[in-house]
Design a protein around this ligand. Structure first.
Ligand SMILES: *Cc1c(COP(=O)(O)O)cnc(C)c1O
Length: 414
């Protein structure tokens, strides 16, 4: 049903057909119906968030192999809370002072080559990023972006954590980073937000010894867009819970769930902490847990084949338009980087537009598609080079046919 009568019509906001993959700015992938049903059911009654979080901790623990886990309002929020936990630990005074850190160690060591638009989350949690290494390898002028000794050298009594972003360009294996960090009693925070699929990555970073790992709930897991997962050490998750949950009660009724706190309950009731602004609701929380359950059951090979078929179908559909060269990105099931990082490459359709032949350049085509109703948003990062890309992950087959028809329409009805 590719029409423009959706809930968004009530707000006079055009519906978007998402051909850019898991990007949450256009709504991300479609939430799993099971997750939406769980949210609707949760909306009918209440539960203590702290007790739900304790249950979530068990589920996340089973899924990741970590000691504990927590549901946040996104991977970005998870990184902020991870930072706050590494800075404050169990110290109620430090929790109460954040984002001011006083004399608490708050430096987050991060290789320059891994800096990214999401790393502000470390600052939001009271951290300050200390950059090491350079971008030489990425720029092609030298062999190495970061040497192991540079991590060691950056660690001091000001260090709160080492951050790690698993990406193709990341050179040091996480195992090596963990070894250096742990030799110096410093935790490692991994931003694994967009590294699913493959789902083996849910366990991989914890297996490698990471202390805290963040994942997005609204990307490949297809839970609510505004959810994320933080998995890791029980003591750090306990700190997160202290700084995030609403403990606004008197001593006499203060009863933090044992499964979140074990036998080391905080020595007093924490003030509403820095994490208060990242509070998930009961609906999002159960929606995410249901989505995670479905994600774990999903047949990854089958999904990969479905996406590849859809990409081929789109590619064939736009083949034969004069001035357009369409291809499917190589069917490499996974790529392994120098740091032995493995991530799934979702097959995409790449369009090369020859404006002399089509009368329309890639930028104008992307704009034209965005003006359709429903709008079509596709990958336009390389539009100035004459390239557009279509990611099949968030498209239904019907929407894929709509995308084909509109591209044909834009390029041939001229
Ligand atoms: C998407 C992303 C995030 C943020 O995730 P949200 O769940 O949207 O908060 C953080 N880091 C990386 C590398 C990402 O790709």
């Amino acid at each position: 049903m590719t029409n423009d009568t959706t809930i968004y019509s009530e707000f006079n906001v055009p519906t978007v057909i998402n051909a850019v993959g898991t990007k949450t700015r256009v709504g991300g992938p479609r939430m799993r119906p099971e997750a939406a049903d769980a949210m609707r059911a949760a909306a009918r009654s209440g539960a203590h968030i702290s007790e739900l979080q304790a249950k979530a901790s068990e589920r996340i623990s089973e899924a990741t192999g970590a000691e504990a886990g927590y549901v946040t309002t996104g991977a970005s929020a998870a990184l902020t809370l991870a930072t706050a936990a590494c800075i404050a630990g169990d110290d109620l005074g430090r929790m109460a002072r954040l984002p001011k850190t006083g004399d608490a160690p708050n430096e987050i060591v991060l290789p320059r080559s891994q800096r990214n638009c999401y790393d502000r989350a470390f600052h939001v949690g009271g951290g300050t990023i200390v950059e090491i290494g350079n971008n030489d390898h990425t720029l092609g002028v030298a062999a190495t972006n970061v040497h192991p000794w540079e991590i060691e050298d950056a660690i001091s009594d000001r260090t709160a954590a080492i951050a790690h972003l698993p990406k193709q360009a990341t050179q040091l294996p996480l195992e090596m980073v963990v070894e250096i960090a742990h030799d110096n009693d410093v935790p490692v925070i991994v931003d694994g937000a967009a590294t699913l699929p493959p789902k083996e990555n849910l366990r991989r970073y914890i297996d490698a010894g990471a202390d805290l790992v963040a994942f997005s709930g609204g990307k490949a897991i297809r839970g609510p867009q505004a959810t994320g997962i933080l998995a890791g050490r029980a003591d750090l998750i306990r700190s997160v819970a202290c700084q995030q949950l609403d403990w606004d009660v008197t001593d006499t009724v203060w009863d933090p769930p044992e499964s979140l706190f074990g036998d080391t309950s905080p020595t007093g009731i924490p003030r509403l902490g820095i994490g208060r602004g990242f509070k998930v609701g009961t609906e999002e929380l159960v929606g995410l847990l249901r989505a995670l359950e479905c994600y774990l059951e999903e047949d990854e090979q089958e999904l990969h084949e479905t996406l590849l078929d859809r990409a081929m179908m789109i590619c064939e559909g736009v083949t034969g338009i004069s001035g357009v060269e369409a291809s499917v990105t190589p069917d490499i099931e996974s790529e392994v980087s120098a740091a032995n990082h493995r991530s799934e490459v979702i097959p995409e359709v790449v369009l090369k537009i020859d404006p002399d032949a089509t009368g329309l350049d890639a930028v104008a085509l992307a704009e034209g598609l965005r003006e359709e109703r429903p709008r079509i948003v596709l990958g336009a990062d390389r539009a100035l080079d004459g390239q557009l890309s279509i990611n099949p992950f968030s498209l239904s087959d019907e929407e894929a046919r709509y995308v084909i028809d509109q591209i044909r329409g834009q390029l041939t009805d001229r």
